[in-house]
Design a protein around this ligand. Structure first.
Ligand code: ZN
Ligand code: ZN
Length: 261
């Protein structure tokens, strides 16, 4: 059984003391690919550095909407240089967060638009973070021709209308721990309606631990709980669901199963 964790932050300091063991546990659980995702320039450097130390780890580089206000004039050029590295499978996380509003919304939009341009120029897909901003996000993705590169909406938490708009543009929708939370009834209904071949599974570790391990630091091995819930909702055996998601993962990030790892 092969699992993938399409979005985590393994390079972060949360794993400083035991990163090797965390990766080992993931591999024992069957996790064959983990994408560790940057949130600003220096964090993205850390993500890329980890891919060079450990097998089975790929990365995305980008500036998160929370960090958009700290983006320097030269950052886009440096990001572009990093983004050409073969271990970088995507640009992210980028996006809009109108829930926490840690950067002015205008700045979030500008920084997102700049990075869509970057993704197009290096020909790699986007890893998108979005909270309470689906309408603006869909508008910007359409206006900037983001369907040209595609990618995934990570930890999708929107309704069916938003889901349909992203699916129409060719994006994959990725689900994390919240799919397993008792209160996520609506999200589970949306999940059931999404075509199987457009879904990814992730942890967003160290955040958003699935229900059985809620309250603890999350880690890639725990992606299995979200897979179990996904398989249950789709009426499939866990093994079947794993195969579906793995295939989606290769398509979303345009890597071959015998490729980088
Ligand atoms: Zn995020
Ligand atoms: Zn994340």
């Amino acid at each position: 059984m092969s699992l993938v964790d399409a979005h985590c932050h393994l390079h972060m300091d949360d794993y400083k003391g035991d990163r090797g063991e965390v990766i080992q546990r993931a591999k024992e659980e069957g996790v064959v690919h983990m994408v560790t995702v940057g949130i600003d320039l220096s964090d993205s450097k850390g993500a890329l550095a980890l891919t060079q130390k450990e097998k089975g780890i790929l990365c995305a580089v980008g500036v998160h909407p929370h960090a958009a206000r700290r983006m320097g004039n030269d950052d886009l050029r440096v990001l572009e240089e990093m983004a050409r590295h073969p271990a970088v499978v995507a640009i992210g996380e980028v996006g809009l967060d109108y829930y926490r509003d840690l950067s002015p919304r205008e700045t979030q939009r500008e920084v997102l638009i700049g990075q869509i341009g970057l993704a197009k120029s290096v020909g790699k897909p986007l890893v998108i973070h979005c909270r309470d901003a689906y309408r603006d996000l869909v508008r910007i993705l359409r206006a900037q021709g983001a369907q040209e590169v595609g990618g995934m909406i990570h930890c999708f938490s929107g309704g069916w209308n938003a889901a349909r708009a992203f699916l129409d543009m060719g994006f994959y929708l990725s689900f994390a721990g919240p799919l397993t939370y008792p209160k996520s009834r609506e999200l589970r209904e949306v999940f059931k309606k999404i075509p199987n071949h457009r879904i990814l599974m992730e942890t967003d570790a160290p955040f958003l631990s699935p229900q059985p391990v809620r309250g603890r630091r999350n880690e890639p091995a725990f992606v299995v709980y979200t897979y179990q819930e996904g398989a249950r909702l789709k009426g499939l055996e866990l093994e079947e669901w794993c195969l579906v998601v793995e295939e989606n993962f290769y398509k979303a990030f345009r890597i071959s199963s015998w490729g980088i790892v």
